[in-house]
Design a protein around this ligand. Sequence first.
Ligand code: P1T
Length: 381
Amino acid sequence: MKLATKLIHAGQEPAPGNGAIMTPIYQTSTFVQEAPATHKGYEYARSQNPTRTALEACLAAIENAKYGLSFSSGVAATDAVIRLLLPGDEVIAADDMYGGTYRLFTKVFAPMGIKFHFVNMSDPESIRAYFNDKTKLVWTETPTNPLMSITDISAVSRICKEKNVLLTVDNTFATPWLQNPLDLGADVVLHSATKYLGGHSDVIHGCLMMNSAELREKLYFIQKSCGAVPGPMDCFLVLRGLKTLHVRMKAHCENGAIIAQFLKNHPKVEKVYWPGFEEHPNYDIAKTQMRNFGGMMSFVLKDGTQAAVNRMMTSTKLFALAESLGGVESLINHPASMTHASIPKENRDRIGIVEGLIRLSVGIEDIDDLLEDLKIALDKV
Ligand code: P1T
């Protein structure tokens, strides 16, 4: 089955009894048992819920995975992976990543004794220096949030296999429409389904997909023991959003390419971060690893002062000033003060998350309207 078909059908049968084509929202906390510990697969809704089962099967299918696990947020899914580790273990993580992931690593898990090395993942060989006998996990996003760096998943996964270390890839920006990290050797794929998978900015949700039964058992144990599970309504919303992922992503990519080019040619713009440009340092990898380049991009204004940034960001009418991304509507975000504020300023400046950096999540509105909106706002800078 191809992706478009899986998105619409995987894990979803007409409801037993009445044939409802949409998976019902099983709004129940518990399930009646025939005798103590004798049940039909469902006992208590923190452990399993049929709406979640359908979603987890669909999520697994779209990443070509054997198993999917669904969480109450992307951060909850991240938290579950790190809970596989013990004090003293070490993680090699991308130095450019969602600020909330960085905060979880440095403010919650580092004080518990897990050590994180933040490194530039653009050059796989350069990460070798950080491995030692305590290294248990490599963590990357590709493309990264917000600087759109590309990790060569196959190359990093070869190093991880050689060292017997797990590789997790946060595939939120790319989605399974653009790349499938498990097929390239990753052990676990993570999504903040709040973004493109849900696609309509109406739900917070996260998920993990994997092929190893042993890993699935460990992560399922963490999921039910720690309890960061989504409610059935949230699962329904993600299931519904998934049905149009392929159609939406095509439109995001088309609009994204036009806007990236527009920004690149604009006299008030210093630099545009987007993996579809030939001059992107890892363009060759992006071109082979991804099927297209997506609708996320960041750019730096020539006038990088706070005043100029504020003028630009408060002048757009269609690009709504908000955190998050991947919905049908276009969003504009200031990483340094919003999504990445929890990364220390010196680290932000070192990697390029400067004051003048602005991130766009290009939606699927009419491209002429989006271009006009940005033109007017850039004129105000
Ligand atoms: O927000 P939540 O569903 O918990 O997902 C966290 C997360 C994980 N990974 C990536 C790559 C992300 O971008 C996010 C959330 N990001 C934003 C809210 C944002 O505006 O960047």
